[in-house]
Design a protein around this ligand. Sequence first.
Ligand code: ADP
Ligand code: MG
Length: 629
Amino acid sequence: MSKETLEFQAETKRLLDLVINSIYTNKEIFLRELISNASDAIDKLHFESLTNQDILENNSEYEIIILPDKDTKSITISDNGIGMTREEVISNIGTIAKSGTKAFLEQLKDNGETTEELIGQFGVGFYSAFIVADKVTLVTRKAGQTSAVKWESDGTGEFTIEDFDKESRGTTIVLHLKKEFTEGEDNFTDTRTIERLIKKYSDYIRYPIKMNFEVTDKEDESKKTIEVRTINSMQPLWTRSKNDIKTEEYNDFFKHQFHEWEEPLEIYHTKAEGTFEYTALLCIPKKAPLDLYYSNFEPGLQLYSRHVFIMDKCKDFLPDYLRFIKGLVDSPDLPLNISRELLQQSREVRKIGKSLEKNILKQLAKMLKDDRSKYEQFWNEYGKSFKIGIYNDAFTGQTANDLKDLLIFQTSHENKFATLAEYFGRMKADQDKIYYAAAKDIKTIEKLPQMELLKDRGIEVVYLFDPVDEFTLEALHEYDGKHFQSISREDFKLDDEESKTAQKQIDDLTKDNESLLKDVKESLKGKVDDVKLTSQLKSGAVCLVTGANGPSLTMEKTFEAMNNPFFKASKILEINPNHALFNKLKESQGKDNFNDFCDLMYCQALLIEGIMPDNHVELANKIAELMTN
Ligand code: ADP
Ligand code: MG
């Protein structure tokens, strides 16, 4: 095919513009980006070769070669990895598909940080070449194919692509350096500068990074020979001893290996020996990905056998509730040449997975104990995952058992996070339930009329804000023998003597007002399922509770949001007989305004729950009427 000139995608153009025009301080990152691409390309080739030997064309000596050149003022990076077809070059290099780079552009929109800082955080992959080069030439041949292509661009808006000859598979990238990078401090044509950068950023790359060095003869200084040396130690980070690895090394590795742009919240590096051997490097990213709970999210760990990459996103190591963990497992016990499906089901994978799961939970328990604020940070990002995990495994209850002591909830005790054990420890001597309230925020819960009495008695209440919380507690069922009790359900009662006496009074009053309650119920038919007097209210006049079983009001909202309007909560209107409103209600029984009175009481109860009454316009009119009478 003849030479084509194509335009970069609009987003890419913008990015290139930023890269080229920013006076970026950390110019050297281009090398680490291009070397990491080269290493990825060799990984891909190696992976293919496991099932297709032919693709290697009898050359399995993987290598990355760097050639700085003073004469042509360029630096060349070559690899003998998988290479790219013409179409792949156009789509991989011409467009931005990478999520990290997309996120970078998003951040730019609404962030005060400067472009330079952001490029440093994200790394802009291949495009970082244009930080130092005013022209980039890429020649590539896909492994197993005969035709190669040449791609070229000055990064301003267009690139050219044409057929080309290339003897061996892989990719060669020539950076024609801007003048300022061919002299002085940032001279990227100088082998010493390059050697230092490779040692600094790319030492752990698993394939040899080779460079030509000019060696002067010891006896005759005018005699010079060229020597090829491998610069990196090629020792994968995870195979080194923990004590010798600096935090920055871990962080850098994490960012690179998993295409992350922020350092992780936590890193676990463990080795196991004995019946089965493995090394694992696991990380908790600081931020949960936006699609963590979507079905197209692909969890999983990278898998290595004897330091050789076998597969990405191996799902069966960790349970679903740990889907946010990123990392890798390297084990000599894993078979190299079997299919993905068989490998995932293998006994070794399951065993290693179990041990990793245990380990992670142990580490998290430690974090909860030793570094509460970090744990809360973790919880804000991933707590939901644990809660969903417990709910989804309600049948066996195993997950609930494993995770119950890692759950934290905000409670009425100073509005801080508490574990269930901490709540348990603060329970009153005669308290035999764990009380909880669900609403959208603290303010709403604190104003629930039922809260008043609990506060008076100094009883702690667990706050639930996430729609999944109530489902989780139902799945948990109990903690250390104490059942969970919603303060918004019909069966909510305090158990102390005072409350028991109050309840007796209510029972008597209920008998005395039987016909009144019947009339209110009749008037609110279709809106509530029952009307009762209650002793659980102090200054509040009314409240709305749900039946002891079945969906709660918040659950009903969740079901509605999921387009499932059939799971309705059974609603019970509770009236405080000690409130002046009750006497007014009595007075209006049998009068014209009785129905209005009942409806207004019901609407009040709805509003307290944060539910908008259906007839809100009518309600507003009625209030106006009341105010003017
Ligand atoms: P990322 O590496 O995060 O995917 P880059 O911008 O660094 O993003 O690279 C974009 C894509 O270009 C890569 O995903 C890969 O498909 C392709 N690519 C880049 N360099 C090479 C290379 N040396 N060999 C083969 N493919 C490459
Ligand atoms: Mg890359």
